[in-house]
Design a protein around this ligand. Structure first.
Ligand code: SF4
Length: 909
């Protein structure tokens, strides 16, 4: 027995448990300690924890030095394996006994550490030898687990490089280009084929599922008229078996006609679930990976060049960032697809290393000029998607491509070039919101600074690779004087944009250049017209009318932007001309670089800058288009100004959705459990057509709806509680606490405002802990929402607080979610944009949005035929007309809190 496990002897495992923590020694002595004692242990450097940042947040004390974090050990020992970042989650991942108290969780941390250390010790000799250089590098960075792994991995192995073991890219395979796939075919899909496929997927389908597949098949028939795609709007209540229902016709179509099928959903989590369902079509994992490819936006993938440069920088001064990079190196080497939003990525490392540093967020990719181009994860994903019969994407990506990347014409494009595409928009009720963000335009300090950096490179103390246009293009245009002049002009003109550190100058009366002067005017304009200029949240103000100074700033900036766009356009034209003239002699590598550079220039010169100029022109003329709403905004995060800008949104974003995405396609299935409003004003299908863009298409959609097979009369109870006083934080917190306790946990509290959420969390964390219920809270705990929901899911009796928007990420079948409480009726906020939409769509618009929110939230509660759940709204003034959001058979009761608590205890008991 090697001494690794014994080395844990001096450690104290620590798990937060309000008001302090539960601790446990290696010999198994466990007890509760106060927060002060917990802090002292946490900061002693001898603490064994799961998720340092989370524990630090709970104890409200930063770690004084690196700790023994078992998540890090897990990421090293089992790279790429999904886990929930807690003692419970790790115990489950390792097949250990699941703890059910904080003391048990603290004890479990030792079991987890022992198991992982033993695993490393038991690795074959060659595997240990391979890991030794990385472990040695991590140890130099101060990794606490390094010395404990020393006996197992023989860390005395000499290393030649300061980043030994981090060069994980060296083992990555290269992608290969393949011949273009051509446009999809137009062979019809027959009802017989679809039913046979469904049969093979589910055995004997229920009649509703078979009928659903049948209705969905309409979207996969041959188009009959140019510009008139076959749109099927199909609503299917929870439990219908929607995913396999549409996979039946979609997969038959893809086999006969593909590639060219894009299945799009709202969240990345849902993408994962769809891929799991596709596994039924292709049970062999290798075949499944080839046939169904997940596509996400570039910012979701690790950029190997950024990673390498970050690793080299950290080699100069090894630290916790270096440890994070080393663990990411392990993940890279574990046959990953490079998706940092995927299940196997150790997302907890974001606390030590901003993930933006290792992704391609700023469009600085240098494509074929990059030494990692042939192994690049993004390039590989794009190519795989181009050849895969089924692509699983998300609405944001599909819309972003259509909105901003349509100029691309080359092989490095993310855009689905092929026409005759077929789409399945699952969670189709989110299309409106996705189009709203995807087709919006923003002229802000952040955006300007990013464009300036892209053109001029870093100008401050930034230590990134961002090199600017000059560095990227100089060898390509070395023999072209005209192009060099254009480049010089662009670099000089970009000095008019807001630059690094702009926020301090804009808010401190020291603005420099037209961009910052415009922002300073916007900042003053918004503050002057706001009632509460020092409030915690984002401020906005109508843009018109403008003061004289502001108008002058608008005109100056408008001219400045034109001065940037002109040379960029010229430069792009010259690059394309060079490609054309030298096409016979150009190396493929140089051609790819020229193409990528021209595309990047076009995107800025023909899309971004003209959109900004059009916005400014509206301010100059005062002519406001009927299609848009404009406003000025000061964005605030946690009470601090984070951006200042000018926003433009479509009042009806489904207009571009229809023209840019639906119309060019040959068919689309838009499906969801909540497509139609169920208000009493005859909206019904009309609401679905309005919110999906179907209304703007020449051919009416085919519609169908299927009710849920669930017995809501037996499975659900809805309560409208009448006696919780509004604006009484104590009463609201007490109501949440009592309701959560009545359900014995498994409760989700949704709030319409962050402040109310925080106030409630502060009041109920302790009493819930005393009752043995753990509480997690968005905006309080330092975890992303995915991790919070994972923690909530894995602990059957946990409670979770979040804002109303959290509901979209919550997919928690079974007992872990049995009570859902809204603090108020989730009315839409009366923002400038919302008011414009209400004016366009009528007063019923508020009700429609609210009913959708309630409907979607209710849909989270009952996910399976055995689920039972209670839904509570703590606002007696909830209008009866909103109750149509709930299934007809679900019993609704208006009553006092005490009665609701009694009923809930009995119902869930
Ligand atoms: S090709 Fe671009 S995204 Fe890929 S590694 Fe290189 S710079 Fe990063």
């Amino acid at each position: 027995m090697l001494p690794a496990a014994d080395s844990l002897a001096g450690l104290v495992a620590l798990v937060p448990a309000p008001p302090g923590a539960a601790i446990c020694t290696a010999s198994g002595d466990c007890r509760r300690v106060t927060r002060e004692e917990a802090r002292a242990i946490f900061q002693s450097g001898k603490a064994l924890v799961a998720h340092t940042a989370f524990v630090a947040g709970r104890l409200k004390a930063p770690p004084a030095q690196p700790l023994y974090d078992v998540l890090e050990l897990f990421a090293f020992a089992r790279p790429g394996q999904p886990m929930v970042p807690s003692a419970l989650g790790l115990a489950r991942a390792l097949g250990l006994e699941m703890p059910d108290t904080p003391e048990g969780a603290a004890r479990a941390l030792f079991s987890v550490a022992h198991t992982l250390l033993d695993e490393m010790r038991d690795l074959p000799t060659d595997a240990r030898a391979k890991l030794a250089p990385l472990a040695a590098t991590l140890t130099r960075g101060g990794w606490r687990w390094g010395p404990l792994l020393q006996p197992a991995l023989a860390l005395e192995t000499p290393h030649g490089s300061p980043i030994a073991g981090m060069e994980a890219w060296r083992s990555l395979p290269q992608w290969e280009d393949e011949a273009p796939v051509g446009t999809p075919g137009t062979q019809p899909v027959t009802a017989g084929e679809v039913q046979a496929r469904l049969l093979s997927l589910v055995g004997t389908p229920r009649p509703e599922q078979a009928a659903y597949s049948d209705a969905a098949t309409y979207a996969f028939g041959p188009r009959e008229e140019a510009g008139a795609p076959r749109i099927a709007l199909v609503e299917a209540g929870t439990g219908t078996g929607k995913t396999l229902g549409y996979l039946a016709p979609a997969s038959v179509w893809a086999e006969k006609n593909g590639p060219g099928l894009w299945i799009s959903t709202y969240t990345r989590n849902l993408q994962r679930q769809i891929v799991q369902e596709i596994g039924r079509l292709y049970p062999d994992p290798a075949e499944c990976a080839e046939k169904a490819v997940v596509r996400k936006g570039r910012e979701n993938y690790l950029c190997l060049l950024n990673f390498e440069e970050a690793a080299k920088r950290t080699a100069l001064a090894p630290d916790q960032r270096g440890v994070a990079l080393g663990l990411i190196a392990r993940w890279i080497g574990a046959h990953t697809d490079g998706d940092i939003s995927g299940a196997g990525f150790p997302a907890f490392l974001a606390a030590s290393l901003p993930l933006g540093e290792i992704t391609d967020r700023r469009g600085e990719c240098i494509y074929a000029a990059c030494p990692h181009y042939r192994i690049c994860f993004i390039e590989r994903a794009i190519r795989r998607a181009r050849h895969a019969p089924i692509v699983v994407a998300n609405h944001a990506l599909v819309i972003a491509q259509a909105a901003s990347d349509w100029l691309a014409t080359d092989q490095t494009s993310d855009t689905p070039q092929e026409k005759r595409l077929r789409y399945v928009f699952d969670e189709g009720h989110h299309l409106f919101d996705a189009a709203d963000s995807g087709f919006a335009a923003l002229l802000s300090g952040r955006e300007m600074a990013e464009l300036r950096r892209w053109i001029r490179g870093p100008e401050g103390r930034a230590r990134t690779r961002m090199r600017g246009l000059e560095e990227r293009l100089k060898d390509l245009i070395a023999d072209d004087d005209e192009a060099q002049h254009a480049l010089e002009d662009a670099v000089q003109a970009a000095g008019a944009l807001a630059g690094e550190g702009w926020m301090a100058r804009v808010t401190g009366a020291a603005a420099r250049g037209p961009g910052e002067i415009f922002l300073a005017e916007v900042y003053a304009h918004v503050r002057a017209r706001s009632d509460d200029r020092d409030r915690f949240y984002t401020l906005e103000a109508e843009a018109q009318p403008l003061g004289e100074e502001t108008l002058r700033a608008v005109m100056e900036l408008s001219l400045a932007l034109k001065r940037i766009a002109d040379p960029l356009t010229r430069l792009s034209r010259l690059l394309r001309k060079a490609m054309d003239e030298k096409s016979a002699t150009l190396e493929p590598y140089t051609k790819a670089r020229l193409e990528a550079a021209a595309r990047g220039l076009d995107r800025r010169a023909k899309l971004v800058l003209p959109a900004w100029m059009r916005m400014l022109e509206t301010l100059e003329t005062g002519e406001i288009s009927d299609d848009f709403t404009d406003w000025f905004e000061i964005s605030r995060e946690e009470g601090r100004d984070s951006d200042v800008g000018f926003e433009r949104h479509w009042i009806d974003p489904t207009i571009p959705l229809a023209s840019e995405i639906l119309e060019p396609a040959h068919g689309a299935l838009i499906t969801s459990a909540t497509l139609r409003d169920t208000g009493g004003e005859g909206l019904d299908w009309q609401s679905a057509e309005v919110r999906t863009g179907a209304l703007h298409l020449p051919q009416p959609p085919r519609r169908a709806s299927f009710g849920s097979p669930f017995r809501y009369e037996d499975q659900a109870r809805i309560f409208v509680v009448k006696d919780v006083p509004r604006r009484d934080a104590d009463a609201l917190a007490a109501a949440m606490r009592e309701l959560f306790q009545a359900a014995g946990g498994g409760a989700l509290g949704l709030f319409t405002a962050v402040r109310a959420l925080r106030d409630t969390e502060a009041r109920i964390a302790q009493p819930l802990a005393d009752a043995g219920l753990s509480l997690y809270a968005q905006h309080v705990d330092r975890l992303d929402t995915g991790a919070l929901v994972d923690l909530f899911r894995v602990e059957e009796n946990a409670c979770l607080l979040g804002t109303d928007a959290l509901r979209d990420g919550v997919d928690v079948p079974g007992r872990s979610l049995r009570l859902l409480v809204f603090d108020k009726v989730p009315w839409p906020k009366p923002t400038i944009l919302h008011k414009a939409r209400r004016a366009r769509f009528g007063r019923a618009y508020d009700d429609l949005i609210t009913r959708f929110r309630l409907k979607q939230a209710f849909g989270r509660l009952i996910r399976g035929p055995e689920d039972r759940g209670c839904f509570v709204i703590l606002e007696g003034a909830m209008p009866s007309r909103l109750l149509t959001a709930f299934p007809e058979k679900a019993p609704v009761k208006r009553c006092g809190l005490a009665e609701a608590i009694g009923d809930i205890k009995e119902f869930l008991g």
